[in-house]
Structures are given as C-alpha cells and as structure tokens.
Design a protein. Structure first.
Length: 332
C-alpha cells in the first residue's frame, strides 16, 4: 500500500493532509470527492497510514510496526466500511461498523480511522445515523467518506466535513507513470493516458489489459465498417466487447478518443497531436467522409449514450440511437 510519495498528482491535497498531521489539526470528518479511479481510496489509505505512523520524521515512514500493519491491510484501527447490498449502505451497516464501534477506544493506534468507499450510497437513515458521530466525535475518531458525487450527501453531513476534491491527473503524468510501472510501448501509453482523462486507475486498467490490442482492433473495425453495417449487426458486434474485461462505457470512451483525433486532425492537419498514431491513414480517409459538425455531433452522442447506460436505459435502444447518429454523420 503506497505512502504519499508514491501517489501520482494531487500535490496540493497531499500537502494539506500532511500539514494537518504535522500541526495536529486533523479534522474528524473528511469527504474525498473525485471521479472513479482518481485515487480516492489510495489517498485515504496513505492518509490513514500516515496518521497512525509511530516512526520518526516523514510520515508514513513505511517501516514502523504500524505502517507494516497498515500496508498489509491489518491495522486494527483502520476500518474499511463494507455493505451488504451492492447499491446501498444501510443504517445497519453504519451502526455495526461505525456508530457503535467508534465508542470503543483504539486498539493500539493514536486514531481510530473509518474509510467508507462509495459513501454516496448511504441511505438518508444511514447518513442521519452517522451524523451524531460526526457532530460529537470521540477525540480519536477520523471518518473519511469517499465519493464520486458529494451532492449525494445531506447538507448537514457536507457542512461538517473537510472536502478534499481530487481532480484528474494531467495526461503527461499519467503517461510517465504508465511507462514506468506498466511496460507498454510509447504509443500505447499515449492512448491509455488520453483515454483515462486523468484517471490513473482507468489508465492502468486499459494499459494492463491483455486484451488491449484486441479491444483497439475491435473499435477500429467498428469505426471503419459502421457505415455499411446494419444497426442490428452493430449491436451484436458491440455486445461481443463484453468478452473483454472492460465496460461498454470504457469501450465508448475509446471510440470517443478516435473521434477526438478526427476533430483535431480536421481542425489542425497536425499529425503529431494524434493519439492513434498507428492509424493515420484511416484518420485521413475517414476525415474526408464527414463534416466538422458531424464529428462533434457523434462525440456528443457518445456522451449521451454513456449517460443513458449509467441510468440503465435499455442497451439495444441506447446503441441504436448512438449508431444512427454515427451512420448519419460518417459516410463510409
Ligand atoms: Zn511508520
């Protein structure tokens, strides 16, 4: 489990947390907010490790007993809140693991730290249940709520937490990280970094996917053939993507990346800024078949499709609407 120094980006947020520790001004409640994969949990774990560290100097030292316990996920005073139902954190979950438990003093740490991933899934009752703990916490309690949507919290919760907002990490940093940590060629790192839009977790997911080349080839084939395929064939084709270990949303992001290249090339004629460097010929050819507005419209349709899928709109219908827009605007 990494300490602060192993985390990519988020420099200001880390400085804030380090200062809180060194000055003893640690808040009892935090919200770490940021898109999925921005590293909320990694940061929360590093913060917890640093808070509990008993070593000298820079924290977390990574070598003391407490750091070892934290790194192996076995620190008795760092508690990760889990939940029974996949889509909601109920009042029983928080009563058992937090509200009741927090009254028991730390086992051997200075703090007792609760980390709750997907905290926006708390029901209103669950939020009200933890409210009292957040209002009148024992001195040793630190509660860290992780979320990709802090608007999902009651105002009373939000107003009592320190908000740490995690922004996507710049592409260059993501690329550097991938080149150093995952052995992939330069152009693949470019694609993964652009695809992830600052989201290290997402970049790593694609970069380490054994299916990277197959996924990319599938997307390229679809882009080339969509014009002449029937909608039902396209839907069947896209369904096959689920054999790879990426989500349809991720797949759509790869398509969006391609169209971004097209807009970029159309606007600048500059080949250096192209992400799909190994597909320049296809880009040159496809660009002739569509208008600037047409590509913009396609990119907008991809975003809409992602939103629809997230809202559980019927898959076939969503794909049909998306590919109608693509067929209308890209004449293959
Ligand atoms: Zn330590």
């Amino acid at each position: 489990m990494p300490g602060f120094k192993d985390i990519i980006g988020h420099k200001r947020e880390i400085e804030h947390l380090e200062k809180a520790i060194s000055t003893g001004k640690v808040s009892h409640a935090y919200i770490f907010s940021g898109e999925k994969g921005t590293g909320k949990l990694t940061l929360a774990n590093a913060f917890a490790m640093a808070l509990q560290c008993t070593g000298e100097g820079e924290k977390p030292c990574g070598t003391c007993h407490s750091c070892h316990q934290a790194a192996s996920g076995n620190h008795p005073d760092i508690i990760h809140i889990t939940h029974e139902k996949p889509n909601s954190i109920g009042v029983d979950d928080v009563r058992d693991q937090l509200v009741g438990d927090v009254q028991i003093r730390p086992y051997n740490g200075k703090y007792k730290i609760y980390i709750m991933p997907d905290a926006e899934k708390m029901t209103v009752q669950a939020q009200n249940a933890i409210l009292k703990t957040i209002e009148e916490p024992p001195e040793y309690a630190v509660i860290i709520l992780l979320t990709d949507n802090e608007q999902g919290f009651l105002d009373t919760i939000r107003s009592r937490c320190v908000l740490i907002q995690l922004k996507p990490v710049p592409d260059e940093q993501v690329k550097k990280y991938l080149m150093e940590h995952v052995e992939i060629p330069d152009y693949q790192a470019d694609i993964c970094a652009a695809f992830a839009q600052g989201n290290i977790g997402k970049a790593e997911r694609l970069a380490t996917s054994e299916d990277f080349n197959a996924i990319k080839a599938s997307a390229m084939k679809l882009i080339r053939k969509a014009g002449t395929m029937s909608i039902s064939d396209i839907i069947e084709y896209v369904k096959e993507v689920q054999d790879y270990k990426i989500s349809i949303q991720d797949y759509l992001d790869i398509l969006a990346l391609w169209y971004r290249d097209m807009v970029y090339f159309k606007a600048t004629k500059d080949v250096n800024g192209i992400i799909f460097q190994d597909e320049l010929r296809t880009i040159r050819e496809t660009v002739k078949l569509c208008s600037y507005e047409g590509v913009e419209e396609v990119m907008q349709a991809i975003e809409t499709a992602k939103t629809r899928l997230a809202a559980n709109v019927n898959f076939d219908l969503t794909m049909e609407l998306l590919f109608l827009v693509i067929k209308e605007n890209i004449h293959g």
